[in-house]
Write a protein that binds this ligand. Structure first.
Ligand code: HEM
Length: 237
């Protein structure tokens, strides 16, 4: 696709958040469901630092939390297409969009389409529930989440069960999300490519709203510092 016939839609922070989430959730699956991913990392002074499989899992979970805090803040202060106000639509729009889809037509959308927006919100909510419950989870022996000491053992066990249950819901939603992306691809709309390079073709955008405005890099850095500070602050609670 030549840049003269395409328009920039997704900014770098949205794309980075997306592919970071993909990598981190894959890591969480491997460490949470399969195990054995202990790490021995080199440390200054010829030392090594040892991280057990569940330490790696907890670190990945906190990284997801950081990405989520960033993405939610970016949904209020970021570029046009990143903003919730730009893509979250009421039930009537979602139903109208799904009806058109079922009739065989794919309506154009500049950013997330109304049905895609529902999936985006669902994924963000499931990820938030996953990391939120993980903070309080414990196996009562070797491992506990960074905030497990703030609740009693029964509460921690309930949240641990919810943590495991929610992960199945998350996997199901991710499966649906990937299937939908492949469906659009087969129908000639390459949304996956757009999430990689950030651009959509002019034809794909015909008749959609005005071109998006992009937030400056300084804003992204500021929001990133806030997200890191928020996750860091959690450790101190
Ligand atoms: C761990 C797995 C995944 C998670 C948690 C996830 C989550 C998300 C989220 C939260 C968004 C919204 C982006 C934003 O506005 O910030 C999104 C969009 C998107 N994702 Fe994923 N995703 C995952 C895997 C994938 C994979 C494997 C693909 C490719 C096959 C994919 C394709 C897309 C596409 C094309 C969009 C943009 C949809 C649109 O244009 O409306 N995702 N994803």
């Amino acid at each position: 696709m030549s840049s003269s016939s395409s328009v920039r839609i997704w900014d770098l922070p949205v794309r980075l958040c997306h592919w970071l989430l993909v990598i981190l959730v894959a890591g969480l699956y491997l460490t949470g469901e399969i195990g054995g991913f202990d790490l021995e990392l080199p440390w200054p002074g010829g030392n090594t630092i040892y991280l057990g499989n569940m330490d790696v899992h907890a670190l990945l979970g906190q990284a997801v939390l950081g990405v989520l805090v960033f993405r939610v803040l970016w949904g209020f202060f970021g570029s046009t297409t990143a903003r919730f106000s730009d893509f979250v639509r009421g039930p009537a729009s979602v139903i109208r969009y799904l009806r058109e889809l079922l009739s065989g037509r794919i309506p154009e959308a500049r950013g997330h389409n109304p049905a895609g927006a529902v999936m985006v919100l669902l994924l963000l909510l499931l990820l938030a529930a996953q990391t939120g419950t993980g903070l309080f989870a414990s196996d009562d022996f070797f491992f506990e989440g960074p905030l497990a000491h703030r609740v009693d053992s029964d509460t921690s066990q309930t949240l641990t069960r919810l943590h495991k249950l929610n992960f199945n819901g998350l996997l199901f939603a991710i499966g649906l999300h990937v299937l939908a992306s492949v469906y659009y691809l087969i129908r000639g709309k390459n949304l996956i490519g757009a999430m990689v390079h950030g651009r959509k073709s002019e034809d794909q955008l015909a008749g959609t709203e005005a071109r998006p405005q992009f937030a400056g890099a300084w804003k992204a850095w500021l929001v990133a510092v806030l997200a890191v500070a928020a996750v860091w602050g959690l450790q101190e609670l």
